[in-house]
Design a protein around this ligand. Structure first.
Ligand code: AMP
Ligand code: MG
Length: 485
């Protein structure tokens, strides 16, 4: 099926542990992502469902697969944990696709590893379905993310708040190197392996800088830019990751480790979903500060690489971090402004317009996604204003906004089209995911398949699926999302 070409498993033994996947009593395929398989260069033969179920629950190892559990450390809610690692996941191998890009193929929920601590290494069905849907949705929305190649049931029960069906997600990532991987070696002052990890990461993700004289500093900048692009795109879509611990931040700038994540329905600056985020550390707005905080943790590791932590290197990294902070603000402003249909000559006052709009949404408790989509209809002057509560704040905003977009010397139709290219109709709404999970627990995956189809074209009106675009009714609102690990 795949030609494996494993490089991480060639790194020193300190980087991972070799582990075999656990036995699954009755593997059953839920979903196989044929489009993604094709992109990865899977050979044309079409495997049977039975074979796919066995492969993607780890019961049958593909030739060349070398399962390893990766070790890393991380700051969890601000507290350093010196050893975490893949406690319920195994990297099965790496595949180079026909375009020459390298991908990790990982099973999540495949049993205990030396890094499981108290956990069972398993995954219940719910979080597997959630991660499948949300990661694929982010991809189709145009964001960098790990992807989902397969979901399968193991036929085993796992015990959480009660007995739940066990499942395994097969995810694809451009790598699983995290800020926490750097912290693991830095905390042990293992300079040799820290250096190896950095060189490996540069070669794998940012080969264009490998011969630079200040490669470590450039690496920091590259990771910073990638993470800023990612988090500003999350924020533009109203996405809240939920657990931005440093072990959940990929140095490739992909969304990784979907736990209690969610897209916002009603807009709130301080929205939190995660049941474990009691103090709102990873709330919608805080995602900006946290990105920079996480990057500062990476910077602290990289300092060790030059002259054993010279003051000069620390200064340079600090300066870089400051410019990353400025960049974050600029990138976010620019994406938000575009969502409002401002396509030319961005000005500082445009930021005020964005704030005015968001404050209005928050005060009126409006749905974030639907509001942007409906605003696009108002570019044309004979537009229907019925979606919006015409408060004083709205009228003030509307007047300024109309003037601003019309002054661009662009056709209204063009502005509307451009807005609709960045403001989706369909997002994986939390209440819909809950319905999918409930049906899945009854053994009915038709909703799961339907929702994953709808989310393949998030920017297109799909009349027959209009129920998926609706905001939840008050009784459908999901207040907290559980890790469910
Ligand atoms: P997370 O932030 O949810 O990705 O997980 C934090 C750490 O806990 C990682 O090292 C995971 O591998 C580990 N972990 C989470 N759930 C389990 C589980 N059910 N069994 C073993 N380890 C787990
Ligand atoms: Mg994690």
């Amino acid at each position: 099926m795949f030609q494996f070409d494993n490089t991480y498993a060639r790194l020193p033994e300190k980087f991972y542990a070799r582990v075999a996947p656990a036995k699954a009593p009755k593997p059953e395929l839920i979903k196989w992502n044929t489009e993604l398989a094709r992109q990865l260069g899977a050979q044309a033969e079409s495997p049977s469902e039975r074979e796919l179920a066995e492969v993607f629950t780890g019961q049958k190892l593909l030739p060349g697969s070398e399962p390893i559990a990766l070790v890393y450390a991380g700051h969890q809610f601000g507290h350093f944990v010196h050893q975490l690692g893949d406690g319920r996941a195994l990297l099965m191998g790496e595949v180079v696709d026909p375009l020459g890009r390298r991908h990790d193929i990982q099973l999540k929920g495949s049993g205990r590893t030396p890094f499981s601590r108290g956990g069972d290494g398993k995954a219940p069905l719910g979080p597997v379905l959630r991660e499948y849907l949300v990661s694929e949705a982010l991809h189709h929305l145009g964001l960098p993310t790990t992807r989902s190649l397969a979901a399968a049931k193991t036929g085993e029960l796992v015990y959480r708040e009660g007995a739940l069906p066990g499942a395994i997600l097969t995810r694809v990532a451009s790598s699983h190197i995290r800020v926490g991987t750097f912290e693991y070696f830095a905390a042990q002052q293992d300079l040799e392996n820290l250096k190896r990890l950095t060189e490996y990461s540069i070669q794998r993700h940012y080969p264009e800088i490998q011969n630079d004289s200040e490669a470590y500093l450039h690496f920091f900048r590259k990771v910073g830019h990638a993470q800023i692009e990612l988090v500003t795109s999350w924020m533009a879509l109203g996405f809240i990751h939920g657990v931005m611990n440093t072990d959940n931040m990929s140095i490739a700038g992909e969304t990784i480790d979907f736990g209690p994540c969610a897209f916002m329905d009603q807009f709130r600056f301080n929205q939190v979903f995660s049941s474990i985020d009691q103090f709102g550390r990873y709330s919608y707005s805080n995602q900006a500060q946290i990105t920079l905080w996480n990057l500062s943790r990476l910077g602290n590791c990289l300092v060790f690489l030059t002259d054993h932590g010279s003051k000069e290197t620390a200064e340079m990294l600090k300066e870089e971090l400051d410019s990353l902070g400025t960049l974050f603000g600029r990138r976010l402003a620019s994406k938000m402004v575009r969502k409002l249909g401002i396509l030319k000559d961005e000005q500082p006052q445009d930021g005020d317009l964005v704030s005015q709009w968001l404050r209005y949404l928050e005060t009126q408790r409006l749905d974030y996604t639907l509001s942007f989509r409906n605003l696009a209809n108002l570019v044309e002057s004979d537009a229907d204003l019925s979606f919006f509560e015409r408060t004083g704040a709205f009228q003030d905003f509307y007047k300024l906004w109309q003037k601003r977009v019309q002054n661009q010397d662009l056709e209204s139709e063009t502005i509307k089209e451009e807005m609709n290219r960045v403001n989706p109709v369909f997002i994986p709404r939390n209440h819909k995911i809950e319905q999918v999970i409930e049906a899945g627990l009854r053994g009915d995956f038709s909703l799961f398949h339907e929702l994953s189809e709808v989310l393949k074209k998030p920017y297109e009106e799909q009349e027959e699926f209009s129920s998926y675009k609706l905001a939840p009714r008050p009784e459908q609102v999901v207040q907290a999302t559980f890790c469910g690990t």
